[in-house]
Ligand binder design. Structure first.
Ligand code: PGA
Length: 233
């Protein structure tokens, strides 16, 4: 049975009370070794969430990062600071970072290079396969561990809209990316799908060829929907 990944991206959707209570509920979810379950809360509460989930198998990751190390960057968050809190993985290049925070492909690729050369793991999001910097990945991915780099296909039009991509479309894109990865001998990199995943469509998506998991926004902030997705495997 292949390993599947479910990553809950809580974005800026929950206040402190709801974030902590969701994390407490998540402690009770039972799942086996074939599932890697991770959540990405806002960095403001990340320490508290890590503490709540410390005895569970749920990993807490960051939604983004700005720089590698400490420095004069007002409003920024760096890898060194996250590491101190026990965070060792981050999402990068989410379409909301690209469209609402104006992060360019170039900035995101620079950050990808930084993180591939750090001891952090990363979930790199893309909207169309042309965006993926395969050459950069090939030249900077030296760590062969399974989770160093995860790639997530997130069509912008499917994010938060309730419009999920068709299974045929998901399979076509994932297969194309997988074959590009094969060409650089990195076919083990997991490819997740994200965009309006919910308990009703998750089973079919997770059973699609070349889909190794899902990146879930809205549904991951509601305990019953998150458990519904976990139980749909
Ligand atoms: P959604 O968000 O599940 O609410 O569509 C997905 C994402 O942004 O990762």
């Amino acid at each position: 049975m292949k390993k599947l990944h479910i990553i809950g991206n809580w974005k800026m959707s929950l206040n402190r009370k709801d974030s902590l209570s969701l994390a407490k509920n998540i402690c009770s979810i039972n799942f086996n070794d074939h599932l890697n379950l991770e959540v990405a809360p806002t960095s403001l509460y990340i320490s508290e969430i890590i503490n709540i989930l410390k005895d569970s198998n749920v990993n807490v990751i960051s939604q983004n990062f700005d720089f590698e190390s400490l420095g004069s960057f007002t409003g920024g968050i760096c890898l060194d600071q996250m590491k101190e809190l026990g965070v060792n993985k981050t999402i990068l290049g989410h379409s909301e970072r690209r469209s609402k925070f104006n992060e360019s492909d170039e900035q995101i690729n620079n950050k990808l290079k930084t993180i591939l050369n750090s001891d952090f793991d990363v979930v790199y999001c893309f909207d169309s396969p042309e965006q993926i910097p395969f050459e950069l990945i090939k030249n900077n991915l030296n760590d062969n561990s399974d989770l160093k780099l995860t790639i997530a296909y997130e069509p912008t039009w499917a994010i938060g809209t309730g419009k999920t991509a068709s299974i045929e479309h998901i399979e076509e894109i994932h297969t194309k990316v997988k074959s590009n990865l094969k060409e650089i001998m990195l076919e083990n990199i997991p490819i997740l799908y994200g965009g309006s995943v919910n308990p009703t469509n998750s089973n079919e998506i997770l059973n699609t060829n070349n889909v190794d998991g899902v990146l879930v926004g809205g549904a991951s902030t509601k305990f019953d929907q998150l458990t519904g997705i976990v139980n749909s495997i």
